[in-house]
Design a binder for this molecule. Sequence first.
Ligand code: NI
Length: 289
Amino acid sequence: MEDKNTLGKKIGNVSITVLIGISLLTFIVGFATGKFYMQNQSSTPVSRLVDSETKTEVEQKTTEEITTESITEEETTVATSKKKKKKRKLVALTFDDGPGRYTMELLDILEKNHAKATFFVCGTSLERNDAKKILKRMDSLQCDIGNHTVNHISLPKASAKKIKKEIEGVDKKVKKLTGHKTKFLRPPYGAGAKSKKLKKNVKRPMICWNVDTLDWKTKSKKKTIAKATKSIHDGDIILMHDIHPWTVKAVKKIIPKLRKQGFEFVTVSELAKYKKVKLKKGKAYYEFD
Ligand code: NI
């Protein structure tokens, strides 16, 4: 019995061992297959291809975009440089109440700097002995000569007859000294430039200003320079007076400072021409933009 039992036990043990063996084998095979499948899932050639295709596509797109961007940038640069070439920054320096004892010095500065300006002369100032010499010099430097009335009066308060006399008086004198009349009028103080009275009685364009240096008030070279060089725009008309020594000294600095900012110095008539503005009689102009 003992032997039989032993045999039975042995058979039982073998069966268990075989079973365990089979189970183990199944598990190992199953595990290995699973692992293999998993590995293939994550790195199949197809998924790699899709991946690489997508990458390439993205890469291509990026390259295309960059190329397009750089072309656009290049085109923009070319366009901007063309625009820059076309777009000139012009400014008109204007001087009132002269000619005076410093006007010749101012004309020297203009000539040295190859700059032009516009002078609005007064009849009383034209009484100077050197008036002819000064005005001829203005002409030779291609500056504009404008009218600022004989006695520097406020025109809206004057009668029509007086307005006419004040304007024509200057024209006669300028014509006598230079052989030509003045091109336009600057009403003293800019007074009434837009009024119906002046529109009717001033039979020529009226040139005012949009940048007032207040040189007559500050009596300061430094402040005049600051006013004439800060926030200046293309088409501006700057008001100064050539009868003040500090103004003439200021111009020496104003011209190179504005030139550094890219400005060219033109006369009022040139400025109007460049801006394609046909000056009309009786109309007031403050700037040309
Ligand atoms: Ni004046």
